[in-house]
Write a protein that binds this ligand. Structure first.
Ligand code: MN
Length: 265
C-alpha cells in the first residue's frame, strides 16, 4: 500500500490524526532510498597537503620485492620476473602528520617486527589493462609510507605454503604520511629513499632502483584488478629491512617530500 492510498483509506475512515501520524513517521524513511545500514562504519581517509579535502581510500595494494637487492635478501631472483601484489585491509591505515612523531603500537603475536619504507602512489581514477604510457595519468599524488610487517608470521606462513596475510594485513600496518598532489610535486621516478632507526640509517636507496616503475606497477596491477579512484599502491621497499622494538624512533625520508616519523610504542 502506498502512503497516499493508506492516507486516503484512513481519511475516508475519519482517521485524520492517525494519517498525519503515519505521514510523519514515514517521512524519514521516504527521504532515504533503500535499506539503511544498521550502524555507521568510519571511512578511511588520508590528509592531502595544502587541501581542505581528504583522500578517501578504497583499496591498499602493495608490490613485493621491487628492488633487486631486497629481492635477493628475501631469497628470490632479482631478474625481471612479473611483479607480485598483495593487499592490506583499508582500515590498516595509520596517518602520520608532517612534523609529528606518531606513536605506532607494537602489534600482537610477533617477535620480529620489520620496517619497510616505500613510495606510495594514490590514484584518482583507474581501469583495466591500462597502458604503461598513460598509467601515470591516473595518479593523484604521492606519499611516504611504511609497509610494516610481522616478519616471523609472514615467513612462518610462507614456509607452510599458507597465505601470509597475517604478516602484512593487520591494524596500523599501513603507515602513511599526507598525500602530495602531482600538480605540486610531479611524478616520482627517481630520488633518494631512506629509513633510519634511532638515528642510524638502515635502508638507503634510490627510486631508480625499483625493478618495476610506478607506471609499470599500475599497468600490471590493472591486468589483475579493475583499479579505481581511491586505490593506493605501496611500491616496494629497498634492501636492509630489519626489526624494530618498543621505543625505537623511525625516520623515513624521500627526496622531494617532507620526512615521516613514528615511535614504536
Ligand atoms: Mn613492502
Amino acid at each position: 500500500m502506498t502512503d497516499t492510498s493508506r492516507r486516503n483509506l484512513l481519511v475516508g475512515a475519519g482517521g485524520l490524526a492517525a494519517a498525519a501520524a503515519i505521514m510523519a513517521e514515514s517521512r524519514p524513511a521516504a527521504a532515504q532510498a533503500g535499506p539503511q545500514p544498521i550502524f555507521a562504519v568510519p571511512a578511511t581517509t588520508i590528509p592531502i597537503v595544502g587541501e581542505p579535502s581528504v583522500f578517501p581510500v578504497r583499496r591498499i595494494y602493495c608490490i613485493g620485492r621491487n628492488y633487486a637487492a631486497h629481492a635477493i635478501e628475501r631469497g628470490s631472483d632479482p631478474t625481471r620476473e612479473p611483479p607480485f601484489f598483495f593487499q592490506k585491509a583499508t582500515d590498516a591505515i595509520q596517518n602520520v602528520a608532517v612534523g609529528e612523531v606518531a606513536d605506532h603500537p607494537y602489534p600482537s603475536l610477533t617477535k620480529n617486527y620489520h620496517h619497510e619504507v616505500e613510495l606510495v602512489a594514490a590514484l584518482k581514477s583507474g581501469g583495466t589493462n591500462i597502458p604503461v604510457e598513460s598509467a601515470l595519468d591516473h595518479v593523484y599524488g604521492y606519499a611516504l609510507g611504511l609497509d610494516m610487517t610481522r616478519r616471523d608470521l609472514q615467513n612462518g606462513m610462507a614456509a607452510e605454503k599458507k597465505p601470509w596475510e597475517i604478516g602484512k594485513s593487520f591494524d596500523h600496518a599501513a603507515v602513511i604520511g599526507p598525500i602530495h598532489p602531482v600538480a605540486k610535486v610531479g611524478h616520482f621516478t627517481k630520488g633518494a629513499i631512506s629509513l633510519a632507526v634511532n638515528g642510524t640509517v638502515r635502508q638507503n636507496s634510490d627510486l631508480t632502483k625499483m625493478i618495476w616503475s610506478v607506471a609499470e606497477q599500475i599497468a600490471k596491477l590493472s591486468e589483475a584488478f579493475e583499479l579505481k579512484a581511491g586505490d593506493i599502491i605501496y611500491s616496494g621497499t629497498p634492501e636492509n629491512v630489519g626489526p624494530v622494538v618498543k621505543g625505537d624512533v623511525l625516520l623515513c625520508k624521500l627526496e622531494g617530500l617532507p620526512d615521516m616519523s613514528i615511535r614504536i610504542a
